[in-house]
Design a protein. Sequence first.
Length: 458
Amino acid sequence: MLVPAAIQPARPLPQHDESSYRSFLALKRNPLSWLMSLSMRYPIVEVRLGRRRLVVVHQPEHVQHILIKNARNYTKQTRGYQMIRKVLGNGLVTSEGDFWMRQRRIAQPAFHRKRLAMLGEGMVKATQEMGEGWGEAVARREVVEVNEAMMGLTLRIVGEALLGVDVTGASSQVGDAVEEVLEFVAVQTRSLPLTDALPTPSKMRFRRSKAVLDQVVQGIIDERRADDRDRGDLLSMFMAVQDEETGERMTDGQLHDEVMTMFLAGHETTAMTLTWTLMLLSQHPAERRRVVAELAEVLEGRAPTIDDLGQLPFLERVIKESMRLYPPVPMVARTVVDEDEIDGWRLNKDHYVVINTWATHRSPEYWDNPEGFDPDRFLPERFDAVPKLAYSPFSAGQRKCIGDNFAMMEARLVLATLLQQVELDLAVGQTIVPEAHVTLRPATGLKMRLGPAPRFGR
């Protein structure tokens, strides 16, 4: 006797036909390539990784179920977040439940558009000074590591916007400390847990670097407590805002964790978006000419302001297309709390779920010419036909990145400033391979040759 379709039992997940050892090696060696191959073969799949069972999803309706429809059943109790908590504590990226909800309510006013607009001038000024500092190098058409340049720029911007100080001075250890802790998190996330207790040189470097950052952040918080004037930066906003429901403010410990979160998560993601965008524009000169022409028409050679951004739609589409091809965070992990069902497939408690954003963004099922660079695919008449969550560079649902508007504003202002100052062309003789680090980075850096800014109509 047939069971009615409405009460058919959930199906077991498709199984990847590879040993646990081979899967672990493939994940460690090249996670992007391996996960892409899985998503091309299966709509959803279970992979053995030792005692763990990894479930890889990429279809938008599955992503929507995990991040929106039943988000409470999918927590951030994963190895990656365990490592990130060693740096960020219990900030917005890592916290969960009622505590996260309360912190989100307190922090949200700091990201209101009117408050963010106050920070735009500093973003432009920092970019102008970087471009001016390249003066002689531009004349000599020297090669720069553009990923390093963008990391330095966004670190300065987030330091000034968040803390009201320039943390990138020549005598500062902050930049090196940031790089060290992020490298540690990336390596440890892909390592076996049995290595966690081993004393290693990398752990000693991590502790030293983390101490540097803790000291800087706590010193600034202490200074602000002694003089609580509103400096117009995000730290002042965090210290001033109150929970609308309880009237509570952030404690020093909460402030520390949120500042570390914004400081670290808030600069590398934007730096990599800028890096990949500059690479794509160099590879596609027709689109670069369109951006330059739009800037010339709207700005007529002056510095951009936040009020100009609405008149630069092609620039915005270029950045969105860059984040489609090179999402700052190419995969998102969750752990299943209780047994669940997705599209008729059964997920068990403690399944480790990876949302393969990299594959979703490059799937021919949702995108025409998915490997091609086509900013106009984000024109409303075309983008409206794309399934919801086929594009999610800032994640989705309640846990969508609180700094998404800050990041988009920063990326547009930086590019609108920089592309009027210099032209950056890919240096010859390099192989550019994207690598899933804490964010998506070029594995061996990205070299670009400086040149004078093009004139409109060239």
